[in-house]
Design a protein around this ligand. Structure first.
Ligand SMILES: O=C(O)c1ccc(O)c(O)c1
Ligand SMILES: [Mg+2]
Length: 628
């Protein structure tokens, strides 16, 4: 299998795209015609650029509106093809990709199209070239791979082959079984693209929403299984048209592409017990059983405020780091590390971002295996010097330059609290009933959302939930959860295109993407809220109207609603399952805590989010001097 990526996937100029593609360790590239037309140099210059970086141009595309044209257009189309062969010769590319005709002038008929392709094959072969035919899902006469294959079959020419594009095949829900009987040597190119499930016309869906395999909802694995059944071992290339990719980081999107292919082929290997040659076997996805700790980077000033909040929430100072200005705060199964050291990663993070979460540690089944997998997925490993006798906890770089640590039992990494910390005796410790980290909510730039989705989903054994649009007073926030089947790990990714949402404002405050809030779980929200109040914790006030509505919307008694109202507790229900949420007021840095109680409930209270966001926005406006 030779993998490649189309230049159309990436932002930037042709030069930037080619450099990013080479840096992401691709060996092949599809040159999208517009990238060549806008390149300030000859095709031979482009060839030097491409080949100079060790890349090969696997195809030049698209050649449009070719088959089934009546005269005089037909002759013109062939003349145009000859000109493109000239360009390809200079470019060093031997495969022209032709997509099915969309012109209203084109005539239907498989036989007519096959005759056109036979002639094009003759012309290509004379120059040592080949042509490959793709059925666009919105093609005028040909929009089904079974028809494009019939055209190729009847063209009956060694220089004429088929393109299978997973988007066009899967978007239409075409039966995949016919792929099994296509001779693999007639499949000249496979283009891979996933997409979210959207109800819209094929063209708009394809041109704006495609994404890398695994980032969307299409049954990519079914497609790969039938392709595998043909014995296909040829060119497999990513072809993504996506507005976010066009605005995103050229380099990181190229790496995402490579990462998506590595995972997709490894999954194929796992399902089939074998894979096409040259496909590397990865360690399995990490089984994550929870969050071991959350680490805050603070300075001398902010440490006081944070520790005050932590005590208010019922945390106890449980350990002092043996060699650094770092403390462990603990309650139930939750560990919060407060890092005020003047050296090292947390300090640098604090200088750049202010008081913020600089690291997250996950409990996994096999920490060395997880970092091994991360390495194969082109994640960025992280190392910093450790003190004598201290534990070296493996980590990779995560969102916004923060760290993601992995702790396991197998390697003894879970002994870190005894090894690295001097315990502080707990005398009269009474917590607030907080048990575990329920979920962690991260805000990021809109263009990065698919990057981090893939980052987590490629490394960890998690599933993603459908994207929700949440209404903030300043705009719409896209929100997506990534979770383990048992809910031991729940991460929320948030992003918005508006600059005025709290999510975007947090990014500005933090100077980057990061964790905006952590939800902690209790088994008794009412008792926890009582304890927090007694400790003077300021909770986010919720408007009266919300509780009035709860009285009529649910069958909760007036007393029940009164209790919710008194505690500023939000409530949601899914069938018989119930969810309770309460929020601390937002800290200076834009960060806040949430406390939740789940009674069989699996969601995140999406219907309450606009109420909470409006309250937070109102409070933020009151706190900001008007400037008048
Ligand atoms: O959107 C298009 O026109 C287009 C062009 C070339 C392709 O390979 C494709 O899948 C779509
Ligand atoms: Mg295509």
């Amino acid at each position: 299998m030779r993998t490649a990526i189309a230049t159309v996937c990436l932002s930037g100029t042709l030069t930037e795209k080619i450099e990013a593609i080479a840096a992401a360790q691709f060996k092949g590239v599809e040159i999208f015609e517009n990238d060549l037309l806008s390149f300030n140099g000859t095709p031979a210059d482009a060839r030097r650029l491409i080949e100079g970086l060790g890349l090969e141009t696997i195809t030049f595309q698209p050649f449009r509106d070719f088959e089934g044209m009546p005269e005089p257009q037909r002759s013109k189309v062939f003349a145009r093809a000859e000109r493109k062969f000239d360009v390809m010769q200079e470019l060093g590319c031997d495969l022209l990709m032709v997509c099915s005709n969309v012109s209203p002038d084109s005539l239907g008929g498989i036989e007519r199209a096959a005759a056109d392709f036979h002639e094009l094959g003759e012309r290509a072969a004379k120059r040592g070239m080949r042509v490959a035919f793709e059925a666009l899902s919105w093609g005028r006469h040909i929009h089904d791979y079974r028809d494009s294959w019939e055209v190729v079959r009847r063209a009956n020419h060694p220089a004429v082959g088929l393109v299978l594009d997973s988007f066009h095949v899967l978007a239409r829900g075409t039966d995949l079984s016919a792929i099994r009987s296509i001779p693999s040597d007639k499949i000249f190119l496979v283009q891979m693209a996933d997409a979210p499930r959207l109800d819209m016309d094929y063209l708009s869906w394809s041109r704006h929403y495609r994404c890398f395999p695994g980032q969307g909802d299409l049954p990519i694995d079914d497609f790969m299984d039938v392709l595998h059944a043909t014995g296909f071992d040829g060119l497999l290339s990513l072809e993504i048209f996506n507005d976010r990719f066009r605005a995103g980081s050229t380099r990181s999107v190229a790496i995402d592409g490579q990462r998506s292919l590595i995972v997709m082929l490894d999954e194929l290997r796992r399902r089939k017990g074998a894979a096409p040659p040259n496909v590397e076997a990865l360690p399995p996805k990490a089984l994550c059983s929870g969050v071991e700790f959350v680490e805050f980077a603070v300075d001398e000033r902010s440490v006081v405020g944070l520790e005050h909040i932590l005590s208010g929430l019922g945390f106890q100072k449980a350990g002092l780091h043996r060699s650094k200005a770092v403390t462990r705060w603990r309650q139930g199964d939750i560990n919060i590390v407060v890092n005020a050291d003047k050296e090292g990663f947390a300090h640098s993070f604090n200088i750049t971002h202010g008081t913020a979460i600089c690291a997250l540690a996950l409990r996994v089944d096999d920490a060395p295996g997880t970092v091994g997998r991360a390495g194969s997925l082109l994640d960025q490993p992280f190392q910093q010097p450790v003190g004598p006798g201290e534990m070296n906890i493996p980590a990779v770089r995560g969102l916004g330059g923060s760290l993601l640590y992995f702790v396991d039992q197998k390697s003894g990494l879970d002994r870190l609290w005894d090894v690295d910390f001097e315990p502080i005796a707990a005398d009269d410790f009474v917590g607030a009933g907080l048990k575990s980290v329920d979920h962690i909510s991260q805000s990021m730039h809109y263009e990065e959302m698919l990057t981090w989705l893939l980052f987590y989903a490629s490394l960890l054994d998690v599933r993603k939930t459908p994207v929700q649009a949440v209404i903030d007073p300043g705009g719409v926030v896209q929100s997506q959860a990534i979770e383990t089947d048992d809910g031991a790990l729940r991460l929320i990714l948030n992003s918005s295109q508006s600059q005025r949402t709290l999510s975007s404002r947090f990014l500005n405050e933090l100077f980057g993407s990061g964790i905006q809030h952590i939800a902690l779980a209790t088994d008794d929200i009412f008792s926890t809220v009582e304890k927090l109040k007694a400790r003077g914790v300021d909770l986010l006030p919720i408007p009266e109207n919300y509780y009035d509505d709860l009285e009529v919307r649910t069958d909760l008694s007036v007393e029940d609603v009164g209790q919710l109202r008194a505690g500023n507790i939000l409530y949601d229900r899914e069938g018989g399952a119930e969810y309770y949420q309460v929020y601390t007021k937002t800290l200076e840095s834009g960060f806040f805590f949430e406390i939740v109680e789940r009674r069989g409930y699996q969601g995140y209270g999406a219907s309450n989010a606009p109420i909470r966001l409006a309250s937070q926005t109102r409070l933020a406006a009151e706190a900001t001097p008007s400037g008048l």
